[in-house]
Every structure is written in C-alpha cells, then in structure tokens.
Design a protein around this ligand. Structure first.
Ligand SMILES: *Cc1c(COP(=O)(O)O)cnc(C)c1O
Length: 396
C-alpha cells in the first residue's frame, strides 16, 4: 500500500497535513490550565458543527463504538424497550450492543439498501400507548450500504405519535461531512468519532447530549464507570478530566473544527455532495448499480457499488491494494462479496476523487468486468466541471 495515495475507505479518512501536525504535541500536564484551553474550545467547536445551542459535548478516549455505549449506559436500565431498525452492519452492531446490555430491542429488519422505515416507526410508537419504549435508534448514514436516513422525519414520527422516547443518532459517518441539525431535529444523543468527518486519527468518541438525555442519567441503572458522563461533567466544570485525556487528538479536533469553519460548513457539505455526485455519475457510466435503493437514500460520504452476479466484489478491493496501492472498502455482512465501497468523505477534492474512480476502473477491467477505461472518469469529470460554482473556494 502506498502512503502517497489517498485512501477511499469510509474511515479512517485522509488527514490534512495541518491536522497531523496539530495532533503531534509535546506532553502536557492535563491538570494545567493549558489543557482547559484545548478542551473547552473543542467542545464549542463540535457543538457548532452539529448545529446546537443546547447540547453538552463529551469526549472519551475511545471510538464511535464507545460513543454508542456512552449513549446507552448513561440513559437506560436493563429491560428498557428500544426501537431500532437493522439496515446494515453498523445498525446491526448497535442493536447487538443493546442486547448485550440486556435492553429489549424491537428490531425492524429492512432490506440492506433501504433507510430507516419511518412509517413503521410511527406505527410502533403510536401503538405504544403506555410509552414503554425508552429510546429510538437511528443510524444517520449506514456506512455499510451508503444509505442516508431522514432524521427530521423520525422526529416528526415521534411527535406525531406524541411519544417521549429519546432519539439517539449514530452520526459517525455523517457528522462534519453531511448536514446535521441536533437542535432542529430534536436529537437527544448524537455519536461520532474522530477518524471520519473530522479527518483525525481514531481515538476519540465524540458525543452530544440534550438536556433531556442528561436528565435521564439520574435514573438510568445500567452499569457504567469509564463512560459515566457524570464524572466527565464534573471534571469539565473544573477544566479537567476524570482520567488521562488524549490531548493531542483534542488539539487536533480544535484545528479540525477551525478548518471546517474556515471552509464554511455549508461549503463542506456542498463539497461532499459534489464529490459524491461525481462518483455516482461514474457508477452509472459503468452500468453498475448502487446498493442504496433510491436517490433520496444516496449517501454523500460513501457509495456501496454492486458488482454483477457471480463476481466477487471483494476482489476489487484486494486487487486495488495489491496492484495499485489504493484502499477501497469491502462489503460487510449481508452484502459481503456483493458490493465494494468508495469512501468519499473528509479531506478530499474532486481531483482526488477522480484518481479513485480511475483506479476502480483499472481494477474492474483487470478482473474481467466489461468496463471501458475512462468511462467513469469522463462522467465524473463532466459532473465536476458543470457543478463547480465559480465562486467556490479551493477546499480541503
Ligand atoms: C465507523 C462507524 C462506526 C464505528 O465507529 P468506530 O469508531 O470504528 O468504533 C459506527 N457507526 C457508523 C455509521 C460508522 O460509520
């Protein structure tokens, strides 16, 4: 694998040089005031990225998975009912975590490639007249299938049912790359990690809690120690941390939030949409299909591409690594061998995306698929030429 090539996996993502440098710090005493000057701006930075005035932001030395556990253990008790849909590997894993914590999950299975079934959610919530369901889980962007779900619609379903359940959103592969509206959507806990939209190394679980979620902490009885946000909150008030923080990553997170704001959040989202559009144009030109079942579900951060029956999609990924030193994502779970994934989030330009599309073409042609070299690249080039606003800043 060449370290000169960008990666096209949907996390960890490519790191801008400025962020690599920001993470590389001399040792600091985390009980010093200098640490508070890193911690609090990072909390403010994330709050702005998720568009919230009210959320409390917490960081754990962990990953997105630890963020899930933070959401569950701080707000719920064994036996609590949870509503969740399984439409890909990540939603599946979060459900599995709930079950291992002895939560009673109402699982709605939907075909992989579909989004969260909002109508079904509304039916279930409406039927739950005694409000036994304590939390509703949604994976905003199912990274395994390249499917985006409509969080605003889930909020409307909760409101239409007059249901007080907490709304938990996995935003690991959407936050900082796709529009995320914590306050407007009435999200109670949002979860992400440092290594996707924030373009940093893995190592931070980043979670946002609403006031309502914070209140639930007092009655929640699931065991928690490392992920107890009461300890975090108390330490933050004194500018400190309940144990040793990942200072370098938090410093990087500050720089990352500053980079995102300098580009402009809306420009960041538009860049992701434009780059994704080019990848999708290439997929069409190849005569292939996305795993995502319809255009409203298309993810702007990752595309899962179906290969023809009888062809092992994983071969594209291993061939790209071996012959061209380029990383794509394999299919996971139900779609293993059926799709390969092009991650297009984080520090990425149109030009970088073109190199990934060109590499995917070479691999598919090498492996005997009927792909005309240059066809996907040309389609993406047309898309980038026509969709790049003259005023857009050169970003990332
Ligand atoms: C990557 C990812 C996760 C897992 O995050 P880790 O940081 O690897 O623990 C969870 N959910 C989604 C949607 C993801 O893309």
């Amino acid at each position: 694998m060449s370290d000169q090539n960008p990666v096209f996996i949907p996390g960890p993502t490519n790191m801008p040089e400025a962020l690599r440098k920001a993470v590389d710090m001399p040792t600091m005493d985390h009980r010093s005031e200098a640490f508070a000057e890193i911690l609090h701006p990072a909390r403010d930075g994330v709050k702005a990225v998720v568009k919230s005035d009210h959320a409390e932001i917490f960081f754990f030395p962990s990953t997105g998975t630890g963020g899930w556990e933070t959401a569950l253990t701080n707000t719920l008790s064994a036996g609590d009912r949870i509503l969740a849909a399984r439409n890909g590997m990540f939603s599946h894993r979060w459900i599995d975590m709930c079950q291992r914590h002895a939560l009673a999950v109402d699982v709605v299975d939907v075909p992989w490639g579909e989004g969260v079934p909002v109508d079904r959610y509304e039916e279930i919530l409406t039927a739950d007249r005694t409000h036994q369901i304590r939390a509703v889980l949604v994976t905003h962007n199912e990274t395994a299938t390249g499917v985006k779900s409509d969080i605003a619609a889930v909020r409307r379903a909760l409101d239409a049912a007059g249901h007080p359940a907490l709304l938990f959103v996995d935003g690991v592969s959407s936050i900082a790359s796709m529009d995320f509206r914590f306050d407007e959507w009435g999200v109670d806990v949002a979860v992400t990690g440092s290594q996707k939209g924030f373009m940093l190394p893995a190592g931070l679980a980043i979670v946002a809690f609403s006031k309502k979620a914070i209140e639930a902490v007092e009655t929640a009885r699931l065991p928690r120690t490392f992920f107890d946000i009461r300890d975090m909150r108390q330490s933050y008030q004194g500018g400190g941390y309940p144990y040793t923080p990942s200072v370098g990553l938090l410093n990087g997170l500050n720089r990352s939030c500053a980079l995102l704001q300098a580009e402009g959040l809306e420009n960041v989202f538009a860049r992701h949409a434009r780059i994704a559009g080019g990848v999708r144009a290439a997929v069409r030109a190849w005569g292939l299909e996305l795993c995502a079942a319809s255009p409203d579900l298309w993810s702007d951060t990752v595309s899962a591409i179906r290969t023809p029956d009888g062809f092992n999609a994983t071969d594209v990924v291993s061939h790209a690594a071996r012959h061209y030193g380029v990383a794509f994502g394999v299919g996971l779970g139900d779609v293993a061998g059926k799709v390969f994934r092009i991650g297009h989030l984080g520090s990425l330009t149109d030009v970088m995306a073109l190199s990934g599309i060109a590499t995917a073409e070479m691999c598919m042609a090498d492996l005997g698929l009927e792909i005309t070299l240059g066809s996907g690249v040309a389609a993406a080039q047309e898309h980038y030429r026509s969709s790049r606003a003259d005023t857009s800043r050169l970003a990332a």
